[in-house]
Design a protein around this ligand. Structure first.
Ligand SMILES: [Zn+2]
Length: 265
């Protein structure tokens, strides 16, 4: 179950699925954008928000990792000293991806504690992952392109390959995103999205050419063996008071964010 809470005076959304776990994880609202996007007037506020977030998490700004998203299915491992690119380890020193960002990256995975992974959204589906056994955190950006590319199950595969996570241990939070009520697509996109899940789910996923991107990601994860999934009902297009919406604001919008960080020594 999702609920609105207060973080450093800003409204955020948390999930009861992570209550009691050694992790900080939430979806921000308009109160706490971490990317100004097309809103130049918010650039200063965004920089202040990054500092506020790190203060609240009690970490240095250099431990906040925000990649440059490109609607790809590129997933990178954050481990403090190096990153893995296409199976090859590259030095990344020190842990300053905030300043020299991961480029062309739409999902991050780490087993580092006190390293906050963040991604930015305005209608696309944010997904936070936590494996409470292996203490692995991950985050993914699934717009329709990322959903077609199955970035959510691919992120789970990275958790399994790199950190021996078991799918049924993993808790997944599917955050606020554009709902079926407001997400109408062309036939070509509809076909590509429907092709990613079993046909028996199609009736639940679509209503004419309106599609439920959050539910498609949930069904992709279920097919991958992830069962603990909390899905946020908020539509970012409908809930203008709470969220940014690329479609509603005709592309002139900032971004709310998803953040996850494992706590500990
Ligand atoms: Zn809506």
């Amino acid at each position: 179950m999702f609920r609105l809470e207060n973080f450093m005076g800003k409204r955020i959304l948390t999930s009861s699925f992570l209550d009691g776990e050694a992790v900080r994880a939430f979806f921000t609202t308009r109160d706490l954008p971490l990317k100004a996007g097309e809103r130049d007037d918010l650039i200063e506020e965004v920089e202040n928000n990054k500092k506020l977030l790190c203060d609240g998490f009690n970490i240095p700004l250099s431990n906040l990792i925000i990649p440059i998203q490109t609607h790809s299915d590129n997933i990178k491992i954050v481990n403090g000293k190096r990153e893995t690119v296409n199976g090859n380890e590259q030095n990344l020193s020190p842990l300053t991806s905030h300043f020299s960002p991961f480029e062309n990256t739409d999902a991050l995975v780490t087993n580092e504690k006190n390293v906050a992974l963040a991604l930015n959204f305005a209608d696309c589906v944010p997904i936070i992952f936590f494996d409470p056994i292996k203490k692995v955190t991950a985050i993914a950006h699934a717009g329709w392109r990322g959903t077609v590319a199955k970035i959510a199950p691919k992120t789970v595969e990275k958790m399994i390959q790199n950190f021996s996570s078991k799918p049924n241990d993993i808790i997944a939070l599917i955050g606020p995103a554009i709902g079926k009520c407001c997400f109408e697509v062309q036939d070509e996109v509809k076909t590509k999205l429907l092709d990613t899940v079993e046909e028996s789910y199609h009736a639940q996923i679509c209503d004419g050419n309106n599609l439920d991107l959050k539910l498609i990601n949930k069904f992709q994860l279920l097919a991958d063996g992830v069962e603990k999934i909390d899905l946020c009902e908020y539509c970012t297009f409908c809930q203008s008071e709470l969220f940014f919406s690329y479609r509603r604001e005709n592309g002139k919008t900032a971004r709310h964010s998803a953040v996850v960080m494992a706590r500990g020594q």
